[in-house]
Ligand binder design. Structure first.
Ligand code: AMP
Length: 216
């Protein structure tokens, strides 16, 4: 079964396994990895393992799942937002700040709201609870998985904590950013065992990624 893929696992001899987040960060991550010298060719549409070449195999997944795949060593490395790493309490090695997907995690309310915040809806319950603790608020935290703006608009919550990039989504929904809780950019994260065992592949990649414009 030498070189078989999709049977017992995703590993093929020599190739790095990378976990990348679906969506807007995927294309920018692929561009950064290619600029750093990795050869990545798309596989057939609709395949879970979506990019392949001699150098690396890319597994495409939800942003929030990237730390788990890298932590458990199914992927050697990955790209994920600092917001997700902070929420997960991740202790993964983060050798490169790619500077991509810059955004902030903010407390958001309907425009002009002045009542005390009693319930906050969010995809980031840990960070939200820590923030509310810091400001001395006893508000309840409600965890949602999608479209949290809807929570404010429907009255499920009187505030939300969510990611803001341009602020366009807030303006469209008549919401306003009340406080910035944290700043986030996409990070190149690495499994600590892989960093030792595959340092011949990972070290040069890390150095090349650090040399990309906007990265550090
Ligand atoms: P914007 O309208 O540009 O402020 O973008 C806000 C929406 O886009 C939020 O509701 C987020 O779900 C999503 N978003 C923006 N930037 C990011 C990012 N860096 N990572 C994940 N989601 C993001």
């Amino acid at each position: 079964m030498n070189g078989a893929r999709g049977d017992a696992g995703v590993r093929t001899a020599g190739a790095l396994v990378l976990a990348l987040p679906k969506g807007r960060v995927m294309e920018e991550s692929l561009a950064a990895l290619r600029a750093a010298g990795l050869r990545l060719e798309p596989r057939g549409a609709g395949r879970a393992l979506s990019y392949d070449a001699g150098d690396a195999l890319v597994i495409e997944m939800r942003n929030a799942d990237v730390p788990t795949y890298v932590e458990l060593g199914v992927a050697d490395a990955g790209v994920v937002g600092k917001d997700v790493l902070m929420e997960a309490g991740s202790r993964l090695a983060e050798p490169v700040d790619l500077g991509l997907a810059a955004c902030r995690l903010s407390l958001i309310r309907p425009r002009g709201a002045t009542t005390m915040v009693e319930r906050v809806a969010t995809k980031y319950p840990r960070l939200t609870a820590a923030y509310l603790g810091r400001i001395g608020s006893g508000a309840e935290v409600v965890k949602l998985t999608g479209n949290v703006e809807l929570a404010c608009l429907t009255g499920l919550a009187d505030a939300v904590v969510d990611v803001v990039q341009t602020g366009g989504t807030l303006r469209d929904n008549d919401l306003e950013e009340v406080d910035v809780i944290a700043h986030s950019t996409a990070r190149f994260v690495v499994n600590r065992a892989s960093l030792k065992l595959r340092s011949d592949r990972l070290r040069p990649l890390i150095e090349a990624l650090r040399r990309q414009p906007g990265a550090r």
